[in-house]
Ligand binder design. Structure first.
Ligand code: HEM
Ligand code: HEM
Length: 191
């Protein structure tokens, strides 16, 4: 008897999880390098890259959140105890919150502080907010705190995903696997 496919995330959610993850893994080291003494020589290029990639992320995070509200997530696997469902839900909410905090604080810190975003200038996209130096300074603090929190929560998230994929082998990873390159569930799905 052929078992039915366990429910999976939408193609949009699966594409965005991996695209956003790859971009965040570039943004973090570039952000740290460009604000450190050792990389002053490449400072301008790193800032231009960070602000440009960050602006694309700002748009992708908005698309991810809107599409998540429209397309909904598959229900948590039925073998998960209630506490695990709750923790998974909370950690996912925290990840969305931190993605918004990082991108919005970065944008306001830059544009509100009167600095350019070269990529947006090239594309002819005007500043969306006026200059607000005091708020921009505060946003720099939020940006830094959120970066630490994001590193911590992504660490927990990736550990949980790897535990599911390698130890539990419960098919949770295949719910989020990219649409290309063989995404069929290798686990039982348990529901
Ligand atoms: C910066 C990096 C990442 C961020 C910000 C992120 C964010 C998220 C968010 C917000 C969700 C919840 C989706 C929803 O229910 O709406 C999610 C789900 C998921 N992510 Fe990530 N993710 C990242 C990296 C990764 C990596 C590296 C892996 C794998 C090693 C991964 C595997 C998964 C899996 C398997 C799910 C589905 C969990 C489930 O079915 O309950 N993510 N991710
Ligand atoms: C998820 C997205 C982002 C991540 C993970 C990220 C990460 C970082 C990190 C780790 C730093 C160094 C810590 C610090 O000094 O604050 C930093 C600094 C910075 N980021 Fe981002 N960033 C993101 C989005 C953005 C965006 C969208 C912009 C602007 C469009 C931006 C602009 C800046 C600026 C201007 C700094 C220097 C802050 C200062 O020295 O006051 N970032 N970022």
């Amino acid at each position: 008897m052929i078992e039915p496919e366990p429910p999976r995330y939408s193609v949009v959610a699966r594409l965005l999880n991996w695209t956003i993850a790859a971009m965040v893994f570039v943004m973090l080291p570039v952000g740290i390098a460009m604000t450190s003494e050792g990389f002053q020589e490449y400072g301008d290029e790193l800032f231009i890259l960070h602000k440009g990639l960050g602006s694309v992320l700002l748009a992708l995070v908005a698309v991810r959140i809107v599409s998540r509200l429209v397309l909904r997530a598959p229900p948590a696997p039925s073998h998960w105890p209630p506490i695990q469902r709750r923790l998974a839900g909370l950690s996912h909410f925290g990840l969305y919150l931190l993605l918004v905090a990082m991108t919005v604080s970065g944008y306001v810190r830059t544009v509100g502080g009167g600095f350019p975003i070269e990529l947006l200038d090239t594309l002819g996209i005007p500043p969306l907010i006026p200059e607000m130096p005091e708020t921009a300074d505060r946003m720099a603090v939020i940006h830094k705190f959120s970066a630490y929190a994001l590193v911590g929560l992504v660490g927990v998230h990736v550990s949980a995903a790897m535990h599911s994929a390698l130890v539990e082998k419960d098919g949770v990873m295949s719910r989020m696997w990219p649409p290309f390159g063989g995404g069929r569930s290798r686990g039982s799905g348990h529901g």
